[in-house]
Design a protein around this ligand. Structure first.
Ligand SMILES: Cc1cc2nc3c(=O)[nH]c(=O)nc-3n(C[C@H](O)[C@H](O)[C@H](O)COP(=O)(O)OP(=O)(O)OC[C@H]3O[C@@H](n4cnc5c(N)ncnc54)[C@H](O)[C@@H]3O)c2cc1C
Length: 415
């Protein structure tokens, strides 16, 4: 299949059966908020990722009583800025890294919370290499467009992630100070409505209400509500008891939805030596994408990040952390000679191994778009569903936000 055929094929996959923008998705930011509640309800939100946070935020504004339960000790889920492993206050993203220009919801909430966007990458040529052939392309193609690619299976997965229902991405930005500032801003507004260290192990519902059973050490706590928004990945939902069981089509969707793996390797370098040889630090290769994670951050030191998806990410998961770093140094040396001499230390992150994610993001396979998507988004009794996987933008913060707003509106409209 040549490049154009492949591109059309991918668009077809994404728009064929459900991932095209819904009328609700087309509403501009500011028109998706929900009306004041006629009858305030008690709503449990499972998951303090962006989907759960935005749902909780808008439901509170509409007058509902909300409790958010998250298994971890921080908000944000897959928006996770790594700070501790690195020197000089430098940071790098484990998950969401870049915000396309068309993502109005993400940009809208960034503005609502007074956060600042800065460019994700310099406005310089980006190195691309496919099957050993090196190509220079405009930086706007880095990680966003379908240009310059001869796809193998991994880059197909990446392309699926990078295509949104809207048309070409012209630029990317990121949040000054780290993308975790967005979930942190939601969390600050929600205050003690969020309960951390609260993994939900079981969901029960009947005519009176819904109950989330939280497992804390050897103890169990029952949290009661009128409705529940389940904003956790299906990979994790697979391990949760549900009584009575969800319908069999829903169970099938939860079991079968495909998720990509993603592994990132971070190399702290004594200098950003690649810049002195005229390289931006951003490159797209056959199976690896590189970011200068520290682009725009002050200081001499830098963090080169290697980003892999699909099969290569899975192969890297099977290595020890040290082996991953060694692999990263060899690859970085090949792309930007000099890493060996500048390397200070490294870190890696595998999303499939993260217990509360167990995968990077949903990648609907051809048959799954038409068979799983409609049923995956549908409520089951008092339980509604949100998350990047249940949106027109799977694998993006925009998708998580859109799904959370949709679920909040569904719940708020119930009597
Ligand atoms: C490698 C990678 C690269 C990405 N790149 C980008 C990018 O460049 N730009 C972009 O916009 N987006 C990007 N994304 C996507 C973006 O990060 C996600 O779409 C978004 O953060 C998902 O939000 P969510 O709320 O749906 O899920 P999550 O963020 O996963 O939130 C789910 C929450 O539920 C909690 N939870 C799980 N199980 C339980 C339980 N049993 N009980 C209680 N709580 C539980 C988790 O702790 C978590 O906080 C990327 C993601 C990854 C992984």
């Amino acid at each position: 299949m040549n490049l154009v055929d492949r591109r059309d094929f991918l668009r077809h996959l994404l728009t064929a059966a459900g991932l095209a923008l819904t009328p609700f998705d087309r509403l501009p930011f500011g028109k998706r908020q929900i009306a004041m509640a006629q009858q305030p309800r008690r709503i449990i939100v499972m998951g303090a990722g962006l989907a759960g946070l935005v749902a909780a935020h808008e439901l509170v504004k509409a007058g509902h009583q909300v409790v958010v339960l998250d298994a971890q000790l921080r908000p944000g889920g897959r928006v996770y800025t790594l700070r501790d492993p690195f020197a000089d206050g430098l940071y790098a993203e484990a998950g969401a890294a870049r915000i396309p220009d068309a993502h109005d919801l993400t940009r809208g909430y960034v503005a609502e919370f007074g956060l600042k966007l800065v460019p994700f990458q310099p406005d310089e040529p980006t190195q691309s290499r496919t099957k050993g052939k090196r190509i220079l392309g405009p930086s706007s193609q880095a990680g966003g467009s379908l240009g310059n690619a001869v796809w193998d299976d991994d880059s197909l997965v990446e392309a699926l992630h990078n295509v949104g229902p809207e048309e070409p991405i012209q630029r990317f930005d990121k949040i000054d100070g780290g993308n975790d500032r967005l979930p942190a801003a939601f969390a600050a507004r929600l205050g003690n409505r969020i309960r951390y260290g609260a993994p939900v192990a079981r969901i029960e519902q009947d005519e009176q209400g819904v109950r989330a059973i939280v497992q804390r050490g050897s103890g169990r706590e029952v949290v009661r509500g009128d409705f529940l928004i389940c904003a956790i990945p299906f990979t994790v939902l697979r391990g949760i008891d549900v009584s009575p069981s969800f319908s069999s089509p829903k169970r099938r969707a939860i079991e079968q939805l495909n998720y990509s793996a993603a592994t990132r390797i971070y190399l702290q370098s004594a200098t950003r030596y690649w810049a002195t040889s005229g390289q931006s630090g951003f490159a797209i290769l056959d199976q690896i994408e590189t970011f200068d994670a520290t682009f725009g951050q002050p200081g001499e030191r830098g963090i080169m990040m290697l980003y892999t998806l699909g099969d290569l990410a899975r192969r890297l998961e099977r290595l020890t952390p040290d082996q991953r770093i060694q692999h990263g140094i060899v690859e970085a040396e090949r792309i930007y000679p000099g890493m060996g001499a500048n390397f200070e230390g490294g870190f890696s992150w595998c999303w499939s191994e993260a217990p509360w994610a167990r995968g990077a993001f949903a990648v609907y396979l051809p048959g799954q778009v038409s068979t799983l998507y409609p049923v995956a988004t549908r409520p089951e009794g008092r339980v509604h569903f949100a998350g990047e996987h249940l949106s027109s933008w799977p694998g993006w913060m925009q998708g998580a936000l859109a799904s959370g707003l949709r679920a909040a509106r569904e719940v708020s409209g119930r009597t």
